[in-house]
Design a protein around this ligand. Structure first.
Ligand code: FES
Length: 63
């Protein structure tokens, strides 16, 4: 089944998963990506923001 709309899912104690078609822009207004899935950091510990780099695991993020 093709997913035409963007879907956002909070991963427990982890990132925000974006799936489907969407446009994600950086702080300068440049498109980073147009399609998912991508995982955005929610814990603030990633060294690859806005993306998750699994640092939430060692940070024992709870949220
Ligand atoms: S949620 Fe994975 S590094 Fe922040």
């Amino acid at each position: 089944m093709k997913v035409d709309t963007a879907q956002f899912k909070v991963i427990p104690n982890g990132p925000l998963q974006l799936s489907g078609d969407f446009e994600l822009y950086d702080s300068q207004g440049e498109i980073i990506t147009r399609q998912g899935p991508v995982f955005l950091c929610r814990c603030g510990m990633s060294s690859d923001k806005p993306f998750c780099d699994d640092s939430h695991k060692t940070a024992e993020f709870n949220g």
